[in-house]
Design a binder for this molecule. Structure first.
Ligand SMILES: [Fe+2]
Ligand SMILES: [Fe+2]
Length: 198
């Protein structure tokens, strides 16, 4: 594990604001997935602190990180019921809707902060670069230490979150293009937004 970025030594589920969601998330995902989720919360918190998020943004970041993969391990039929496919990429690949399905679950649990909901939905294909909460969760998800890749993105995120996001999205698009895989329209939209500096 890269030692240059120290994750906060806290169990997210010890925080009263998150504790009530932890059990609900844990019963919907595998043990390995829940460990990943916990690391994403801790890294997203470190990124938020390093980038001077205020207390409300930090709270929103922690909640979005905790909920981001709540739908990731659901069966395909359940995913498509929660988030009916909107294009051919999604139709052929139900896992592609797990962000939008997660958003639907969060709404059902009473989460109504649009930044948090967009962060949950957009962690798969990207969020508007203006949504710092969503950007922090997206970046933490792709470079949390358990993945064993993207150390460069993690280090950059501690200094310049926007640059880390641009690198993460551009790497993903390059990777998908190199494999000849269809790219989701939302990813291309974010890629274009970043390319044009909007
Ligand atoms: Fe995910
Ligand atoms: Fe994730």
């Amino acid at each position: 594990m890269d030692q240059s970025v120290t994750l906060p030594d806290m169990d997210p589920c010890d925080r009263p604001e998150l504790a009530r969601y932890c059990g609900r998330v844990r019963e919907r995902v595998s043990a390995e997935r829940f460990d990943h989720i916990r690391r994403v919360v801790r890294l997203a918190e470190a990124i938020a602190v390093a980038n001077a998020f205020d207390a409300a943004e930090r709270r929103a970041t922690r909640l979005a990180a905790l909920l981001h993969d709540v739908a990731r391990d659901l069966p395909s039929e359940e995913l498509l019921r929660l988030a009916p496919p909107e294009n051919v990429v999604e139709q052929g690949h139900p896992l592609a809707v797990h962000g939008r399905a997660g958003r639907a679950i969060a709404v059902g649990w009473g989460v109504d902060d649009e930044q948090v909901l967009e962060a949950i939905e957009g962690h798969v294909f990207g969020v508007s670069p203006d949504n710092r909460v969503g950007v922090a969760v997206y970046v933490a998800d792709v470079c949390e230490p358990g993945r064993g890749v993207n150390d460069d993105i993690r280090e950059l995120a501690m200094r310049d979150l926007r640059a880390a996001y641009e690198l993460a999205v551009a790497s993903k698009v390059r990777y998908l293009r190199s494999k000849g895989t269809s790219i989701h329209p939302a990813t291309l939209r974010v890629y274009e937004q970043i390319a044009h500096g909007t």
